[in-house]
Ligand binder design. Structure first.
Ligand code: PMP
Length: 433
C-alpha cells in the first residue's frame, strides 16, 4: 500500500513532554554534526580525544584475556549490576587513593560509595536528576562545561553564574550569591554547586587549593535548609602536563557528606568504552542507584571488566603517561600557532593551560563569536575552521553572558592541522575586525 500523504488525512502532531521542550536545540549535537558532515573543516570545536593515542593494543590484550576462557567470557557478556562491577569498584579505591596521595583506609569510603556509569556524563546527569526539581538552583562557575548546563536546562533548573578568575570559582562571589538568595527567600531552592576542578572545560584553568577548601566550608555552612552539595567534575584530573599536583575538592570534605566526585576513563583511556564513575556521600547511594535502575540497571558490564583487566595487568598507568606526553606536545603546538598567527591582532588574550584539552581565547569586547555572528560564519563557511562559541558556556541570565570568547580544542586534530586551523581562525578574525 502506498503511504498516505494527503494533508487532510494527516495524523495530529505529536505531543511532547515539558522535558522534551527543555532539551531542544543541543549545541553539542550541532557541533558534532558539523564536524562529521564537513570533512574539509578543521575542528577546533570537538572535545574528542586524539585518535593516535587511543589504547588499541592494551584493549586488544584485555579483550583477548576476557574471552580466552568460556566461563569468564560468559560472565562478562552477561548483564552486570546497577552499581557496576565489584572488581573495578574495588580497584578504583586503590586508584583514587593513589590520586589522593593516601592509603585506601584513609580515603574514608568503601566500594559501596562508588558507582560506575556510562561515561561521567551519565553520572552528572543522574546526580542532577536525583536532586533538582524545576526551578531549583544550581550555582555554576562562569564559564563552565556547556553540556552540563544543557542537563540543568533539561530539568528546567535555574543556573546562577558565579564569577571566576585565573584561580577558578571565586568563593567570595559564591558566598555573595548565597547571601543574595537568602535575602530573596530562595535559599531553600539551592541544591548544588557545580565546578570542574581540574583544567576546566572551557577555560583550562584550575581551582586553587585554598579555594577548594573554602568552597567545601561554604557548602557546609550554607546547608541551612538541606544539604547543599558540591558536584566536583574532575574529568581532566589525570590530564596534567605541567604545573602543580592539586588535591581534589572532595579531599577537603572530611566527613564525606558534602562533595560528590565525578571522574572518567574517557580522557585518560578511551571515550568509546564509556566508563565513568562517581563517588557518593552515603545518603546519595540509594537515590542515584534507584534512578539508574530505571534508566539502564547497569552500564556496559563487558567494558567495566575490560578496564579492570587493563588496570590489573599494569597497562593503565603507562598508557596515561603516553597520553600526557602526546597532549603536552599538542598543547605546545597550539600555543605556538596562536603566538605566530595571532601576532599583531589587537586585544586578543588566551589562557596557557597546564592540562586538559582546551585553550580559552578572549577577543575584543565588540567581536561576537556566537553561531550567528559574522566571525563564526567567516570561520566555518569561508576559512573552514570550527570553534565553540564562549557564550554557550555560561549559565545565568542570557543578557549578562559574555559573547566575545571561544573555546579551542587541541584534542582531536594532529599538530599540522592545529597550526593550519589556528591560521584560518586568525584570518577569520582579521577579516571581521
Ligand atoms: N565533564 C567534562 C568537564 C567534560 O568535558 C566531559 C566530556 N567532554 C564530561 C564530563 C563527560 O565525559 P564522559 O561522559 O566521556 O566521561
Amino acid at each position: 500500500m502506498p503511504v498516505e500523504t494527503s494533508s487532510t488525512n494527516r495524523l495530529p502532531e505529536p505531543s511532547f513532554s515539558l522535558r522534551r521542550r527543555w532539551t531542544e536545540k543541543q549545541a553539542i549535537s550541532y557541533l558534532m554534526q558539523q564536524g562529521v558532515e564537513n570533512p574539509g573543516v578543521i575542528s577546533l570545536a570537538a572535545g574528542l580525544v586524539d585518535p593516535g593515542s587511543l589504547p588499541v593494543e592494551e584493549t586488544r590484550q584485555a579483550v583477548r584475556e576476557l574471552l580466552a576462557d568460556d566461563r569468564r567470557a560468559r560472565e562478562v557478556l552477561q548483564y552486570g549490576t546497577t552499581q557496576g562491577a565489584q572488581t573495578l569498584r574495588q580497584q578504583l579505591l586503590g586508584h583514587l587513593a593513589r590520586l589522593e596521595g593516601c592509603s585506601v583506609e584513609d580515603l574514608g569510603i568503601d566500594a559501596e560509595q562508588l558507582i560506575l556509569t556510562t561515561g561521567s556524563q551519565q553520572f552528572l546527569s543522574l546526580v542532577a536528576d536525583a536532586l533538582i526539581d524545576p526551578g531549583d538552583i544550581c550555582l555554576v562557575a562562569a564559564p563552565t562545561y556547556f553540556v552540563f548546563l544543557g542537563v540543568l536546562n533539561g530539568l528546567n533548573a535555574c543556573t546562577i553564574a558565579v564569577d571566576t578568575d585565573e584561580n577558578g570559582m571565586d568563593p567570595d562571589a559564591l558566598e555573595a550569591q548565597l547571601i543574595r538568595l537568602e535575602a530573596d527567600g530562595r535559599l531553600d531552592r539551592v541544591k548544588l554547586i557545580y565546578l570542574v576542578s581540574y583544567y576546566e572545560n572551557p577555560t583550562g584553568l584550575c581551582l586553587s587549593a585554598a579555594r577548594r577548601e573554602r568552597i567545601v566550608e561554604i557548602a557546609k555552612r550554607w546547608s541551612k535548609f538541606h544539604r547543599l552539595y558540591v558536584l566536583e567534575d574532575a574529568a581532566y584530573r589525570e590530564m596534567r602536563y605541567d604545573g602543580p599536583v592539586l588535591p581534589s575538592v572532595w579531599g577537603f570534605d572530611g566527613s564525606r557528606e558534602s562533595v560528590i566526585l565525578a571522574q572518567t576513563f574517557s580522557k585518560s583511556f578511551s571515550p568509546g568504552l564509556r566508563v565513568g564513575y562517581g563517588v557518593l556521600p552515603r545518603d546519595l547511594i540509594a537515590p542515584i542507584c534507584d534512578r539508574k535502575g530505571n534508566e539502564d540497571f547497569g552500564s556496559a558490564n563487558f567494558n567495566q571488566h575490560l578496564i579492570a583487566t587493563v588496570m590489573q595487568r599494569g597497562l593503565y598507568a603507562p598508557h596515561v603517561e603516553k597520553v600526557r606526553d602526546s597532549y603536552r606536545n599538542k598543547r605546545d603546538c597550539m600555543l605556538r600557532a596562536i603566538d605566530t598567527h595571532f601576532a599583531g591582532i589587537e586585544g586578543v588574550t588566551w589562557v596557557h593551560p597546564h592540562g586538559g584539552l582546551y585553550v580559552w581565547m578572549t577577543l575584543p569586547d565588540h567581536m561576537e563569536t556566537g553561531f550567528t555572528s559574522p566571525l563564526f560564519r567567516q570561520a566555518a563557511n569561508v576559512e573552514g575552521v570550527m570553534y565553540v562559541p564562549g557564550e554557550l558556556c555560561y549559565g545565568g541570565e542570557k543578557a549578562s553572558r559574555p559573547s566575545h570568547q571561544m573555546r579551542l580544542s587541541f584534542g582531536v586534530e594532529e599538530p599540522s592541522k592545529l597550526d593550519e586551523g589556528t591560521r584560518r581562525l586568525a584570518n577569520a578574525v582579521r577579516a571581521v575586525v
